[in-house]
Design a protein. Structure first.
Length: 194
């Protein structure tokens, strides 16, 4: 069972469509009380860090998510919020991962929108994913881990972390649900985690 967190912002339809195509059972939840011990959790964040954290605090997810033992996949903003803080809205985040989220340097067009190559490291999330595969990105900010939690890198005027893993927590800066067959393979690898 996959549980998709609805924190009151963003469009969850594309992630639901992707899971449906993969034949995965899922449900959308909007409160921590609905979390199941046997579920895998997807947090597909959309929008700004400040309002997203405000919504997580309002619902109580901010206290529960960092303590989860379930496999957890943060997508886009959902990955960024796993870090200690974000320059976007100068907000404190979930503190699952050490490091922060920074705006791309001046001179780069933001947001980065479109397909970009991802250099993957050895991780179950990227099982059978060819090196240098293209994924779909929409981001103005990038994650800067303090420790070696990065499992993928991408070039956009600079090299930045595009996927992380720490214990049961995974995060991807790109949108697997909008990245065609290769993105579906990443989601399927997450679904198959024991």
């Amino acid at each position: 069972m996959i549980q998709i967190i609805d924190y009151g912002a963003g469009n969850l339809q594309s992630i639901k469509n992707a899971l449906k195509k993969l034949g995965a059972r899922y449900e959308v939840i909007s409160s921590p009380q609905e979390l199941r011990a046997d579920a895998k959790i997807i947090f597909a964040g959309v929008g700004a860090a400040g309002s997203a954290m405000a919504n997580l605090k309002k619902s109580g997810f901010d206290k529960v998510l960092p303590k989860l033992k379930n496999p957890f996949l943060g997508i886009c903003l959902g990955m960024q919020l796993l870090f200690e803080s974000s320059e976007e809205d100068a907000v404190n985040c979930l503190k699952v991962l050490k490091g922060d989220v920074r705006k791309f340097p001046l001179g780069l067009t933001v947001p980065q929108i479109g397909w970009n190559k991802v250099a993957v490291n050895d991780s179950v999330l990227f099982k059978n994913i060819p090196q240098g595969s293209y994924f779909y990105f929409v981001n103005s900010y990038y994650c800067k881990p303090k420790v070696r939690d990065s499992i993928a890198e991408t070039e956009y005027g600079m090299s930045f972390c595009s996927a992380v893993q720490k214990e049961n927590f995974y995060g991807v800066q790109f949108h697997p649900e909008k990245s065609g067959e290769i993105g579906a393979n990443v989601l399927n690898n997450f679904i198959k985690l024991c």
